[in-house]
Structures are given as C-alpha cells and as structure tokens.
Design a protein around this ligand. Sequence first.
Ligand code: FAD
Ligand code: UDP
Length: 435
Amino acid sequence: MYDYLIVGAGFAGSVLAERLAKDANKKILIIDRRNHIGGNAYDFYNQDGILIHKYGPHIFHTNSSEVFEYLSRFTAWRPYEHRVLASVADKLLPIPINLDTVNWLYGHDFTSEELEKYFEKIKEPVQHIRTSEDVVVSQVGRDLYEKFFRGYTRKQWGMDPSELDKLVTSRIPTRTNRDDRYFTDEFQYMPLHGYTRMFENILDHPNIHIALNTSYAEIKKYVSFKNLIFTGPVDEYFDYCYGKLPYRSLQFVHETLDTPLLQPVAVVNYPNDHDYTRITEYKHLTGQHHNSKTSITYEYPSWEGDPYYPVPKPENAVLYQKYKLMTETLPNVHFVGRLGTYRYYNMDQVVAQALTLYGKLSNRKSLKEAIDTRTEKKHVTSPGIYVPSTISVGRRAGNLKSGLESSVRWCGCKTATQTNCTRTVTRRAPTIWRR
Ligand code: FAD
Ligand code: UDP
C-alpha cells in the first residue's frame, strides 16, 4: 500500500514526491503517461549531442529564495539572463519594448525621459484594464501593440488579445531604459547539467517508485494508495463532466543545422510573419559548445495535441470554478500544478505551489518550514559540490537508462568536496516500470 499515488512527474509531482518521501518518510508511487520524468521541462541530448528542450525553451527565474534554495539541493546552476529579439519591420528589436526598441524602430534618438513623454502622448486611455489588448495599448499605444503583440498573440492563442485576460500580456513589461533582459527576477539561472538531471536527483530516494508510460486511468484499479496527488488536467480527472477546459497546444519542430550559430540570442519572436511564433537556439541557454552544429526549435501553436497552456479568459475561469468546487469534496485527493489548477504558472510558481501543499499536509506554516528536512538535518546544502552517483539502473529503465547512468548526485554535505566526501551515496535504484 502506497501512502501517496502521484500522477505526473513534472515539477508539481516530483517536488511533492521528494518532500513526502524524504521529509515525511512516506511511500510514494509517481506515475507519468510519458516515457520520461520532468514533465514539460524535460531535456535530452539529441543525436548530435546537443542538449535540447523537448517541449520548448524553459528558462528558470524566480524571486523566491526558498524555491531557489530548495532546487539548489538537486542541481548546480549556470548564470543565465534571457534576452529575446522580435523580428519587426525587417529588424531584430529588443522585446520587452525598451528605449532601444523605439529608437531603432522609428529612427528616434530619445532619452528615457523623452520616451516617457512620448508614451504619455501615444498611449490610449483605458478606464478598466481587463484584456490583454487593454494592457498594451494603455502603455505604448496602438502602433507598437499592432507591431509586437497583436499578431503574436493571435497566433499563440488562436484569438484576439481583446478576448484574453490581462494577465497574458501583463507578463511582458514596458521599459523606458535600455534593460533588454526578458526577466528581472533576483535568481536567473539554468540547471548546469539540464532539467532532466535535476529531476533524477529530486526523485532519487528509496521511498519513491516511478512508473512511466502509465496513465492514471489504467493503473488506478491495480494500485492501492491512501492519498492521491493529481497534476494532470483537472477536467480529465472528472471525466469532463462539465465540459472540456480549453488548453492551447504547440507543435515543436526540432532541427539541427550545419552552422555554429543561427541567431544572436536564444529566442527570436516572429509576431507578424510565419505560422510559428518563435525560434529557440539552445546553445545560448545551455552554454554548450559545438564547433559546427546548432539545434533549434520552432513553435507552431494549435488546438490539437498535449495540453500546455490554460487559456485565461472569463468563461474558462467560470468553468474551472465548477471543477474546483468538485475538488474540494475529495479530502484525500489534491490537485496541483499548471494543469491541476488550470493556472498559467511558471516553473518556480509551480514549485512554490507544491511546497505550499506539502506545508499544509505536514503542518508547516511557511515555505521555509516546508523545505526544512527533519530526517537529514546534518546535511546542510552548499551549492556547487558534486559527487559521482553510484546509482545503478535496472534493465527495464529503457529510455531513462542513459540519463541515469551518467547522472551525478547532489551531495549536501557542508564540508564535502568531490574527492573527500565520506557520505555514502549508494542508493537503491528507483524502481522504474516500463512496458
Ligand atoms: P507538467 O510539466 O505539465 O507535468 C505534468 C505531467 O503529468 C506531465 O508529464 C504529464 O504527462 C503527466 N500527466 C498528466 N495527466 C496524466 C495522467 N492522467 N496520467 C499520467 N500522467 C499524466 N516556465 C518557466 O518558468 N520558464 C519558462 O521559460 C517556461 N517556458 C515554457 C515554455 C513552454 C512551451 C511551455 C508549454 C511551458 C513553459 N513554462 C515555463 C511553464 C512550465 O512548463 C510549467 O510551469 C511547469 O512545467 C509545470 O509543471 P507541472 O508539474 O505543473 O506540469
Ligand atoms: N507576447 C507578444 N509578443 C511577444 C512576446 C509575448 O504578443 O513578442 C504576448 C503573447 O500573448 C504571449 C504573452 O505575451 O503569449 C506572454 O509571453 P511569454 O513570453 O511569457 O509566453 P510563454 O513563454 O509563456 O509562451
């Protein structure tokens, strides 16, 4: 009998598995219908040896020191500040819109103060900012909205920005200085050895069993468990009894080119041309070197395929509330994550949400308490120290094998170095069932 069955091995499910196993000594079975752990953050080395993100670019950024401290137990980091260019009027211009964007687009030579006055002049007054169109036109006016936001949003969401909640385009700030970073969070890093490696370390605990290629519907009859954590689509759990919640999907087209580098930054957005929204070039994100090749991904939005984006608009919020009321009638079932709570969440927000749920389940009052580990108090984390893992993987591990075999495990010993750590890292390999 498992204490918890966890559906989904993305951030939400894996963080909860780790906390419940390690801190609360619970027995966990975590399943995923995909053939890998990591959820949408899964990355892998393609046939040319380049680390790519199967489900599009994932850039880690957070203002939460607790989230950052917690994840630092499972990975070292590579400092990385994300920069994005938008292809507009035959130029590659910084997005978020900043002083250079406006000067280079229109051939002005504004100072920051002059740009502020310019925005004051061109912005459209909107009394109640409700939609994603309102957000942008009320800051930078119609022309910049049409050049940078309208086409991209129509492609990405299959609807006009005027139909979408303000929270969608509010993700992108407007700046009057020359800061061209996509994010301004305090912690901006990429996991040094990739996300999948980090997930292997998160799930590396004898109390955690993992079953891949396994959906909740097919396994629920055969496994006994006391509690359920569900990180899949909430409407799926209830057999769509109130109707389907819309999720926007993407088709990812991955390519490797015989050129050392394609574009000047990791992501170039195409608001007005092509059917794809953006091209990502991974070497910028990972810092990986390859003399002659580079790998890229095109993102083509669609309604068909895996659910990636909850669609923030009023009628969907109403429908979600109906499902949410149903979730509240099930005391031993917990819904968490981007799909489980139908929220357009970033990775760090999902980690915080999972830690908060763990705090509730274990009577902890804060995130700080939720990341405290009762069972291994003497191993305090100190970033940057690695010891090679002795983890061995059974034959049935299939696709995961190569990743786990080469994995290194985070050792939290305060005094350890790679050569003198005396802490044993021998672990029973997680049970991985595959068909
Ligand atoms: P998921 O990662 O979706 O994991 C859920 C898992 O549950 C999946 O693996 C799924 O297969 C499994 N599952 C679902 N239903 C079932 C079932 N019935 N049975 C078995 N298994 C099931 N965030 C950032 O912070 N920075 C970024 O740069 C960023 N870029 C993104 C780019 C794209 C294209 C997308 C789509 C998302 C991006 N995100 C980014 C968001 C990030 O992917 C999510 O916040 C995060 O992965 C959500 O984690 P999760 O565990 O809630 O869900
Ligand atoms: N957006 C846009 N033009 C851009 C970048 C973003 O119109 O060049 C809008 C679009 O609606 C997008 C939203 O802002 O869906 C949020 O952008 P973000 O880059 O955060 O999207 P994500 O990485 O989550 O797909």
